[in-house]
Design a protein around this ligand. Structure first.
Ligand code: ADP
Ligand code: MG
Length: 257
């Protein structure tokens, strides 16, 4: 179990303000989703949490320690980070790529536990059959699953997932989110940046809505998915349906800004 607190975090890329005074606490074993239009600061916030970027103001506290004071290897044992852009694909097999998730634990050779965690992660994603295939030769959806398997093999307490369901078909989107849900039942805390409001509504314990680097709304799906927030955050008129235990959104039209 690990606690995560983000206190007054601001970050600028030179003159571009990307985060402005973001404060939130993340509950243990929950799925917290970041929603917001392109450029609202979701990816920047995940990078500040991971410590790849250092906030210009404010702090990220993990178990009461400032993340910038924790070594990279220790951070990597605590949290994994699925990046929105996967970077240049390495000419390695799926098995080898997934084994990279064990790097924070390994000395020069993988041990039994490393191999088991890799196998378990591939099985969880139902991609064992791809184990010996080259990562560079996979379809977009397959490659995405491999990167998620790598993040899981890392055996983290916190998972940062930047648009893990983008570019996937409906079935794969549901599979990924169900896996994230299962992991949180086993004590993992997940922070997920997403565009699909309905998928977020169904799977999130808490949603944080960002706009221009600011937190506009925070709470349970039924508290934050409102016509007012859809207008404020996305600039659309939307109808909210309350047929299920979570609200569903139909975006109707863009509003004049
Ligand atoms: P999101 O993930 O919500 O789309 P980002 O965190 O990627 O948002 O971006 C937030 C803001 O920071 C945007 O205005 C974006 O243009 C800017 N930004 C992001 N990355 C960089 C960068 N490497 N250099 C300069 N500006 C950046
Ligand atoms: Mg992003």
């Amino acid at each position: 179990m690990v606690t995560l607190e983000i206190k007054g975090v601001s970050f600028d890329y030179r003159s571009i303000p990307a985060l402005r005074d973001v404060t939130l606490s993340v509950g243990d074993s929950e799925i917290l989703t970041l929603l917001g239009p392109n450029g609202s600061g979701k990816s920047t916030l995940l990078k500040c949490i991971n410590g790849i970027l250092r906030p210009h103001r404010g702090v990220v506290m993990i178990d009461g320690r400032e993340n910038t004071r924790i070594g990279r290897r220790e951070i990597a044992r605590m949290m994994s980070y699925f990046q929105q852009q996967g970077g240049r694909p390495l000419p390695l097999t799926v098995f080898e790529i997934t084994l990279l998730g064990r790097k924070p634990y390994m000395s020069w050779t993988p041990d039994r536990e490393d191999l088991k965690k890799v196998t378990d992660a591939l099985k969880l994603l139902k991609i064992e059959h791809l184990a010996t295939r080259y990562f560079t030769e996979l379809s977009g959806g397959e490659a995405q699953k491999v990167r998620i398997a790598t993040a899981i093999a890392q055996d983290p307490e916190i998972m940062l997932l930047d648009e893990p369901t983008s570019n996937l078909d409906l079935r794969h989107q549901l599979e990924i989110m169900q896996i994230v849900r299962t992991l949180t039942r086993h004590g993992v805390t997940a922070i997920v940046a997403m565009h699909d409001v309905n998928l977020a509504s169904r799977f999130s314990d808490k949603i944080v809505m960002l706009k221009e680097g600011r937190v506009i709304g925070m709470g349970k799906p039924k508290e934050v998915i409102t016509p007012k927030n859809m207008k404020l955050v996305y600039g659309v008129r939307a109808v909210i349906h309350h047929t299920f235990r979570y609200p569903l959104v139909t975006p109707v039209e863009p509003l004049e800004s």
